[in-house]
Design a protein around this ligand. Structure first.
Ligand SMILES: Nc1ncnc2c1ncn2[C@@H]1O[C@H](COP(=O)(O)OP(=O)(O)OP(=O)(O)O)[C@@H](O)[C@H]1O
Ligand SMILES: [Mg+2]
Length: 247
């Protein structure tokens, strides 16, 4: 793996990839309004790895889904480079997601009838400057599993196929919602190494939501959410590798 810079200095020379200002998201449930998100200001910079922590219901997924163009805020602004996401049409958001965003979720969403290589190729077939599927599988440590079907892979291996698929289109940003939520600690570490490796190799801005505070040691910055807003943003002086993390 080539040694691109493994850490960043947020607020330093990097460009902000996302600017979010004054984000709020309300859900109206009959008579009740759920304030899922309020007063969220956040910039995400090139090359950085950000971990988002916070209790269940604190708005982590809502924020990630808005950044990724899967959902729209009730008010506030999100700008991705020179694209204003707020006010974009559904078609424009679909194009934004296809061209710029890789998603990794807790459940891998692989197609059971396709091999690992074919699952990754589904994405590279429609991307404008895709990476080679086999190279991406090798990057996540699955070179000798490319012709396996999902049912022939462990949970951690399936999640690494999902990561290979997400990074194969060379997205500008990789958004991961509890990528290790369904995995044991040892397998989770391997999956986190794959994410950190992709972040180092391609410099892809990477956001990882987790319930596991130990994972924060891997990040350049740690965003903590509580009750629908950001309660703190901390910068780590150095990043730990996933192998060094105890949980
Ligand atoms: N579609 C929806 N309709 C109504 N309320 C919703 C909806 N989606 C989320 N919420 C509410 O918004 C709040 C934030 O939810 P969100 O899923 O962002 O939390 P989270 O931090 O990701 O939690 P978890 O760690 O459990 O995944 C919660 O109170 C949730 O009940
Ligand atoms: Mg969530």
């Amino acid at each position: 793996m080539q040694g691109l810079k493994s850490s960043t200095v947020p607020g330093g020379p990097q460009e902000a990839v996302f600017h979010a200002r004054g984000l709020a998201k309300n859900y109206i449930m009959g008579e009740v309004v759920v304030h899922a998100l309020h007063d969220v200001d956040l910039d995400l910079f090139e090359r950085e790895l950000v971990v988002i922590l916070g209790p269940s219901g604190s708005g982590k997924s809502t924020l990630l889904n808005i950044l990724g163009g899967l959902d729209v805020p009730t008010s506030g602004d999100v700008v991705f480079r020179d694209h204003r996401l707020t006010g974009a049409s559904a078609n424009e958001l679909t194009t934004f997601r296809r061209e710029h965003v890789g998603f990794v979720f807790q459940f891998y969403n692989l197609i059971p009838s396709l091999t690992a290589r074919e699952n990754v190729a589904l994405v590279t077939d429609i991307a404008s400057a895709p990476a080679d599927p086999v190279e991406m599988l090798a990057l996540v440590g699955l070179r000798d599993r490319v012709d396996h079907f999902p049912s022939q892979l462990s949970g951690g291996e399936q999640q690494r196929v999902a990561i290979a698929r997400a990074i194969a289109k060379r997205p500008d940003v990789l958004l991961c919602d509890e990528p290790t939520g369904a995995l044991d600690a040892a397998t989770g570490r391997v999956v986190l190494e794959a994410l950190a490796g992709a972040n180092r190799e391609f410099g892809t801005t990477t956001v990882i939501i987790t319930h596991n505070a130990a994972i924060a040691a891997m990040a350049d910055r740690v965003v903590t959410m509580g009750s629908g807003t950001i309660s703190s943003i901390a910068t780590n002086q150095e990043r730990r590798s996933a192998a060094e993390i105890e949980w």
